[in-house]
Design a protein around this ligand. Structure first.
Ligand SMILES: C[S@@+](CC[C@H](N)C(=O)[O-])C[C@H]1O[C@@H](n2cnc3c(N)ncnc32)[C@H](O)[C@@H]1O
Length: 230
């Protein structure tokens, strides 16, 4: 998969390719991760990428032209199928289902906004999909883009190590994951649940399923409702 992030702060994005699973995926050439800076596509001496909003109001708005040129430049290094996503609090709320869908695409461009947002005409003409991380406001789309990248990359075949699996994780079966324990058996007076030491794989599987139900009903009853309908 080829990923290109359109951003005014490319270093934020390149940073994530130096750690963990994203780094491994890049080294194994499962992904390529590049950035395109709209500031490189300005035509004035000040390299101006933002301007005051028409109609007044606080803050600045990212201008159409530098963003359009940056997206087109990113596209020129990708196939014709590239999918352009804007990170925006006004987008559809991101979840594991969307991550799975995006992980099947070959070329993705993630556009990170800054300031008050971006000129609506850019969204209307050049954006295929808007994704929100949740109902809160970030200062810029980079952290959202990083979340999307990380969650997609771990779904790509070969990016997780032999001992890792994305199949068991929270949301994969519509529920939160069961709790984990590791050595030592006893810590600060708390013992690891006996069943996990029993070697009885069937019983462990049942226990984990039950724990998964309990934590989902406690923390995310909305998921449990969906789960029982499916
Ligand atoms: C300060 S925000 C702009 C918020 C905008 N004025 C609004 O009220 O909807 C600047 C940029 O951060 C990114 N952003 C902020 N919150 C986000 C969220 N919840 N999900 C995804 N991106 C977000 C978007 O790219 C946005 O253009």
């Amino acid at each position: 998969m080829k990923i290109n992030v359109v951003t005014l702060f490319p270093d934020m994005i390149t940073n994530i390719s130096e750690y963990g699973i994203v780094r491994r995926a890049k080294e194994k050439e499962i992904i390529s991760l590049d950035t395109t800076n709209p500031r490189d596509f300005t035509s004035d001496n000040y390299k101006k990428v933002d301007d005051r909003p028409y109609g007044g109001g606080p803050g600045m708005v990212m201008k159409y032209e530098p963003l359009k040129k940056a997206i087109n430049s990113a596209k020129s290094n990708l196939t014709d199928n590239s999918h352009v996503i804007l990170l925006s609090p006004q987008g559809v709320k991101y979840d594991q289902k969307i991550a799975r869908r995006l992980s099947t695409l070959s070329d993705i461009i993630l556009v990170s906004g800054r300031y008050e947002g971006i000129d609506q005409r850019l969204i209307d003409k050049h954006i295929d999909e808007e994704i929100s991380l949740g109902d809160y406001i970030l200062s810029g789309g980079e952290i959202a883009a990083m979340s999307v990248i990380d969650s997609i990359v771990r779904l790509l075949p070969g990016s997780l190590g032999d001992n890792e699996s994305s199949k068991d994780e929270s949301f994969e079966d519509g529920l939160l994951e069961y709790p984990h324990y590791t050595r030592p058996e006893m810590v600060d007076g708390m013992k690891c649940p006996e069943i996990l030491l029993s070697g009885n794989h069937k019983a462990i599987k049942q226990w984990r399923k039950k724990q998964s139900m309990i934590s989902t009903s406690r923390n995310r009853p909305d998921l449990l409702k969906k789960f029982s309908k499916e």
